[in-house]
Design a protein around this ligand. Sequence first.
Ligand SMILES: [Zn+2]
Ligand SMILES: [Zn+2]
Length: 715
Amino acid sequence: MPMLYILFAVLVGQGVWQGQARSSEVAPAYYYFHRQPEKALSLYLKKAGAGDTAAAIEGSIILQELGRNREAVTLLEKAISKDPDSLDNEKLALVMAWAHLYSGAAGKAEEFLVKTGKIEDPRALLGLALSRMQARKYDEAAADFEKLSGNRSLSALAYYSLATIAEEKGDTSKAARLYEKALKEDSHFVEGRPRMGRIFESQGRIDDAWKQYSKTAMMDPSQKLAAEKAKSLLAMLTKKPEEILAVKKIKNFSGVKPISEREASPEIRIGIGTTAGGSPVYKDKIVFRVSGPFSVSDAKTGKEAVSGNTNEVWTIAVCGGTDNLCPPPPNPNTEGVGSAPDIKSAAASAPVKGAKLIGPGGNAVYVAPGALLIRAKDRGNATIILETVAYAPGMAWSGVADKELRGDLELVVAPDQKGLFAINRLPLEEYLYGVIAAEMPVHWPAEALKAQAVIVRTYALYLMRNLHPHSAHGYNLCDEQHCQVYAGVAVESAKARSAADLTRGKVLNYAGKAIHAVFSSNCGGHTQSGSGAGWTDLPYWGMVHDGESTAPIESPSGLASFLRTSPQVFCRTSKYTWAPEFRWTRLISAEDLIGRLNRREKIGKLKKILISRSESGRVASLRFIGTAGSVALNKEHEIRRLLGLAPLRSTLFGADVFYDKDFVKGLLVYGAGWGHGVGLCQSGAAGRAEAGQTYDKILPAYYPGTVITDLMTLK
Ligand SMILES: [Zn+2]
Ligand SMILES: [Zn+2]
């Protein structure tokens, strides 16, 4: 049978594979790329038994991905004994070396690596560095890692490893510097943060230690230890927390102009400062300023409560707690909004529901539960600054900053007095101004930014009209990655605004409807279908190869080398694409991993990690087998979240799993791309724009079968 596996069939998606599945002889790789690694394995083993060395290599890779490393070693040994000359096959020697490395046989690993005769090959050199580290030959290992630090896709790993060697040798100051360096090479390689915290704490650098623990807790809110550490150090800080973890303050208003025909653009409601999942974050108080005179009214009745002036600092605080009591409710004819001049005398009585609005003079006005509307008198030309809004919760780059917004602001008092949250109301086209450059660097080619503008608009419309993800909380979209990142006026620029204006009203249309225009940062070389990501399949979410020609991946080893090299695709590293967004690594200790697994289920010691893959080669499911229990993950975001301290960049990864006798010791993850990989690849859009493609060519390439139309023509 001709070995013709075309993995990437644009438009027809998996058609080629389906054809193969129906024929009597199905290629083993078909099963490997369709979540059936055991079936693929049995076919490869059959071929290996007949003396096929290449099949033995493929089989060994699958065995390792099923946590059966010993069998992998045996299989490779058999292949070598049958055909001693096969060791001249450098691929075999390399796979064999790594198989020994996985089981902790450092000496044997080193022996086979030397046999490859290609020690300058990054994979061989990395193997050598790790085997020397296993053998505690730290100086030699350090020299290898120094060499690897020049390799852009391995540099973060190299610095991180050098840091652990420095720690091992007792030079903690050097270790801390190297952990920092690893973070500079790849901002997502955050595993050094809690280790830096520990080092700084032991050195008495309390402010620095607190910063690292706090950042760790922000990345992963379930990191109780880091949160506790940060809390315990709080009283010992020499500076204010906000001076250490700088809150980005906005001093002056930017000055904005409204879009033309402002009333013609549909209004959109955005939840501000939400959680990673897009839910409201309830705050005790919200502080805001407006760039011009404004009114505050009851959002429901429209009844005006008070009015304020340019740049006055106003606070709304929820009633309740010990020092936040509100006066008894005003008399019923004021319908909830009214002045309450004497708050102090009411402090002794039980807290009442609602909130108090405090103006610049310190006078408080009581407001009933519900929502307040802040609206500038000169609508469209004014902005509102909200103080200290958390952004990117649960991400490697999370923090706190002031947020400047166009449009109106609704301040909602939670019915159960849990707190307050803010909803921004503004025209869709002005919303785009605050999203485009938050989702794509503004120095990227104009055609890529225009493609992004169409997607931001289409995606928002689809969520507003079809999915309603946040209707329970009264807004259409959240301001985080869950929907799309809305950073407000801070990210506006002439270039971003013109991307929106030049595509005004244009949307991606399939069968007369706005499409679900999901997108991700970098597809790593090929996108995936919806079902590949554990979602549903939509006709325009096909698997697309992100290059000029189709590049078949024929086998497990083909995938492994695809992930470890830099193939010619539109989204590869360039002046637009940062190297670790295309190819990256993470080193994860079993201890950290088990800590995260135990929050789901007590699994005891970790015995095995089982991987199965979907058609695009992405990890479709992971099973962790422990001595006390097991955990299975099938969802794209769950897999990324659980493996890393901050989420892994994508599920398009391979994993080198290292064992200490019968237990997993740690894993080296080497991956490709950033994001779920469904729909548009942003780096690829930049690459295509650079190659001369216009936005109306770029978009249908990633969403097969769609057309660009005006939103007024949608059904
Ligand atoms: Zn959302
Ligand atoms: Zn791509």
